[in-house]
Ligand binder design. Structure first.
Ligand SMILES: CC(C)(COP(=O)(O)OP(=O)(O)OC[C@H]1O[C@@H](n2cnc3c(N)ncnc32)[C@H](O)[C@@H]1OP(=O)(O)O)[C@@H](O)C(=O)NCCC(=O)NCCS
Length: 341
């Protein structure tokens, strides 16, 4: 009989405070009615490679698949994590937090999410098919795992899944990759509308949108240039998907919040730059956040501020713009804009 519970698993795996709320959600979700089964190592490697994962990473995942007998505590965690993912398939309003496991767990900690995604693969594919997500979008979406594992290896020098929590979204049917862009459906709330209200009049800044209306967030993965043609093609396909009445639509608006929408960039980049052309598609909403952290992350691939601006590369027009603006005492901003879908 399996005598494991949240406390014994926490102790066995060395999980700390950062894992407490996640473990709580897992514990309250309960045990699955059907025991978890993972694919064979051969099938796992083949599927991962079909999802764009490099052979080296696919083989590491396949060669370290956990088992109930071999790693009972990790298996307990995996089985309940899979159950939680299945329970909240296609429910973006459920915000499940997935912290990385402690480094002391080695490869099976780093690759935990890959095991999880293998386990829910058939579930998310079924969900897509049942909700009118065509096969091409379904595969494109799930193949974002290949990019996430490549970025992790490039940054950390070992296998793993970059943007840990974010990557659970495509495998929970809450994020769609359609050509150049990613999309996250959501429902407009009172709070969301208030956040973007005109500060002078308190009137909603997005005309004709009411609480409960479906909408979609736009995200830009690091996957090559943001050409206007690729953006237009993606938006056209997204329109077709999110116009369907179920489960989200019909969506009238898409919103994007990003450092890429900072109008200050126009003082440094030519009007023909892809970033500037992208900005022009959006009507800006009021307010701005501090975007310095975002530019360090997305332009210089660093967490936090550099010790000195002299340390930052100056190869591209954007890299030079970022540094010149900061040297002049300015700050970058994150801005949010919307467009009619
Ligand atoms: C969004 C993105 C694809 C735009 O790249 P792009 O299509 O090349 O953009 P532009 O054509 O406007 O580029 C203008 C200049 O900035 C440079 N540039 C653009 N993005 C850059 C980046 N992330 N790092 C360094 N330089 C960059 C370009 O090389 C070009 O300079 P050059 O003329 O000297 O070569 C790119 O910035 C990127 O991959 N970002 C990471 C993902 C991201 O930021 N997502 C949003 C998260 S909120």
């Amino acid at each position: 009989m399996n005598t494991l519970d949240q406390v014994t698993v926490q102790e066995a795996l060395g999980l700390g405070e950062t894992h407490a709320s996640w473990l709580g959600a897992i514990e309250s979700g309960g045990a699955p009615s059907v025991p978890l089964r993972l694919p064979s190592p051969h099938a796992a490697a083949a599927l991962l490679m079909r999802l764009g994962v490099d052979a080296r990473d696919a083989e590491e995942v396949a060669g370290t698949l956990p088992s109930a007998q071999g790693q009972p505590a990790l298996w307990w965690l995996l089985e309940r994590s899979v159950h939680l993912m299945r329970q909240h398939m296609g429910e973006p309003e459920v915000n499940t937090h997935w912290p990385p496991l402690p480094p002391g767990l080695g490869a099976q900690g780093r690759l935990f999410l890959a095991y999880l995604f293998l386990a829910v693969f058939e579930d998310v594919r079924r969900w897509h098919a049942a909700h009118g997500v065509d096969d091409a979008i379904s595969w494109e979406t799930l193949s974002s795992l290949g990019r996430a594992m490549r970025i992790h290896r490039a940054r950390q020098g070992e296998g793993g899944v970059f943007e840990h929590g974010w990557m659970t979204l495509p495998f929970r049917a809450c994020l769609y990759e359609i050509g150049r862009l990613q999309y996250t459906p959501f429902r407009v709330t009172e709070q969301w509308l208030r956040r973007w209200a005109d500060p002078a009049t308190a009137e909603p800044s997005v005309p004709g949108v009411a609480p409960g209306d479906p909408a979609v967030g736009i995200h830009i993965p690091a996957s090559g240039p943001l050409t206007p043609a690729s953006v237009t093609a993606s938006l056209l396909r997204a329109r077709a998907l999110f116009a369907k009445p179920t489960p989200w639509g019909p969506c009238r608006i898409a919103v994007c919040g990003s450092w890429l929408l900072d109008e200050q960039l126009a003082a440094y980049l030519p009007p023909s730059a892809n970033i500037i052309r992208f900005q022009q598609r959006f009507t800006m909403l009021p307010g701005a956040g501090n975007g310095d952290g975002s530019v360090f992350t997305f332009v210089f691939r660093r967490q936090g501020s550099p010790a000195s601006l002299d340390d930052l590369p100056q190869r591209t027009a954007l890299e030079r713009a970022i540094v010149a603006h900061l040297r002049a005492g300015g700050h970058w901003r994150t801005r949010t804009g919307w467009l009619a879908l």
